[in-house]
Design a protein around this ligand. Structure first.
Ligand code: UD1
Ligand code: CA
Length: 458
């Protein structure tokens, strides 16, 4: 349950130069979801409102996250993490929250549980509480400084850290997760200066300022805290993604999902895989996909936003996006099922068959080399190899209806809008432009001519 008196601010305005990408860093994805979506979910689990400070690539962020956009705060010029919080501060104050949680938008693996101790320390009276981690190689992270009795005295960014001035490098770094008492830190926040090597206003300077001005500052040290730290480069992103992937696969196995070659199984955070389902890696199961008990997904498949009901099977090399597979049906190998594809009970969609906004009725079959677009196929119908629904006239899309029990001969073009009746037959090679009544045979092809003696010379 989110805490009513707590607001969260996600800092997400930076460019992320070290990613070498044109898109804002927080739109980089792990397991098919943006970094920002992870951070926003974590923030939303503990805070009653979530502000996101955006700047670089603001329009792209709005387009990718309309659900967060009404609480975007624009930092037009990126003058540092402290400046980012200053820009959001009016809204923090106006919210009436007593505490402000600050998260970096580039730390996707922070979980709500990681924030519990921080929040309880703040509720017990700390004015500034932040999480630290001890790393074998502290790299570019901000160093935490402590006094003789272990009390925290400040944070110095790596660029500005000098052992001669700041003492031995203990490897204790700032994770960037802060919980601030809104009223108490305001003076310090607006006293930040940019007197450092980067010429930026650092949120980290709040710690030193807080200590010297007599605020109650707590640094909570975590030993193994790799997941709390941000992702700054493609290498760190892929390492973070792999940790998350492996942890998810492990949880699925423990819950009773059967994974073959689990090291190749990628399941996104919104996907649901029920115990008793079976997945063979390598395979990607992303978005809001749901795989029910008894459903099987074979290797080399890519699934997004799809539903696999009990007992259906997706064979190797299928690509599913917004598809719905009913119990007992079989897709693939090599099927492409696009948004609105429905494969009903015990139907079969075979190799090199593409479906879009189309229903393949119960027990119907489209086994080879077919395109079904804006089409409904009745129960038990058979769609021959090479059948194409011509659904697009260059301007509009049109529907094709194929009745129950119909048989469409191979290499048929069905020019929509068109209806083939129940139990109708269509001769192979036909171009069907007019409706075929129930129980009729529709055929449209030129007559064959045989010319004697005109074959190959022996
Ligand atoms: C920051 C911390 C560092 C800490 C590390 C943990 C500062 C000064 N340093 O360093 O102590 O060890 O995180 O991961 O805070 N941002 C803005 N506006 C700006 C600048 C940055 O919104 O003007 C955002 C970025 O988009 C990013 C976050 O703030 O999501 C952190 O900025 P980044 O540049 O990645 O800071 P680090 O160098 O990683
Ligand atoms: Ca960072």
């Amino acid at each position: 349950m989110p805490y009513a008196n707590t607001i969260a601010v996600i800092l997400a305005a930076g460019k992320g130069t070290r990613m070498h990408s044109d898109k804002p860093k927080v739109l980089q994805q792990l397991l098919g979801e943006t970094m920002l979506s992870y951070v926003a979910a974590t923030a939303g689990a503990v805070a009653s409102r979530v502000l996101t400070v955006v700047g670089h690539g603001e329009e792209l962020l709005r387009a990718a996250h309309p659900e967060l956009a009404q609480d975007f705060v624009l930092q037009a010029e990126q003058k540092g993490t402290g400046h980012a919080l200053q820009v959001a501060w009016d809204q923090v104050r106006a919210s009436g929250a007593t505490h402000c949680l600050v998260l970096n938008g580039d730390a996707p693996l922070v979980a709500p549980e990681d924030l519990e101790e921080l929040l309880s320390t703040a509720r017990e009276g700390a004015d500034i509480a932040f999480l630290t981690a001890v790393l074998p190689d502290a790299g570019a992270f901000g160093r935490v400084l402590r006094g003789p009795d272990g009390e925290v005295t400040g944070i110095v960014e790596a660029k500005d850290f000098d052992p001669a001035v700041h003492g031995e490098d203990t490897g204790e770094v700032n994770t960037g997760l802060f919980c601030l008492a809104v009223a108490a830190v305001e003076n310090a926040l607006f006293s930040l200066t940019s007197a450092n090597r980067a010429g930026e206003y650092y949120i980290t300077d709040l710690v030193g300022l807080g200590v010297t001005s007599g605020l109650d500052v707590h640094a909570l040290k975590r030993e193994a805290a790799l997941d709390l730290l941000g992702v700054n480069s493609p290498l760190e992103l892929s390492q973070a993604e792999e940790r998350l992937r492996a942890a998810t696969a492990q949880k699925l196995l423990e819950s009773g999902v059967l994974l073959h070659q689990p090291e190749g199984v990628v399941v996104g955070p919104r996907a649901v895989v029920e115990p008793g389902a079976e997945i063979t890696g390598p395979c990607r199961v992303l978005g809001a996909t749901r795989i029910c008990r008894g459903a099987k997904v074979r290797a080399f498949c890519h699934l997004t936003d799809s539903v696999l009901e009990p007992g259906c099977e997706v064979r190797e090399f299928c690509h599913l996006e917004g598809a719905h597979l009913f119990p007992g049906c079989i897709a693939g190998p090599y099927a492409r099922l696009r948004p609105g594809a429905e494969v009903r009970e015990n139907a079969r969609v075979g190799n090199f068959v593409e479906m879009k906004k189309s229903v393949l009725g119960p027990g119907a079959k489209a086994s080879h080399l077919t395109y079904l677009g804006d089409t409904s196929v009745g129960a038990g119908a058979n769609i021959g190899a090479g059948t194409i629904t011509c659904n697009y006239d260059g301007t509009h899309k049109h529907r094709t209806e194929i009745g129950a029990g119909a048989f469409i001969g191979s290499n048929t073009a069905l020019v929509a809008p068109v209806r083939v009746g129940e139990n109708a037959l269509v001769g192979a090679g036909s171009v069907i432009t007019k409706n075929v009544p129930d129980n009729a045979l529709g055929i449209s092809r030129s007559k064959q001519v045989n010319l004697e003696g005109r074959g190959k010379k022996p």
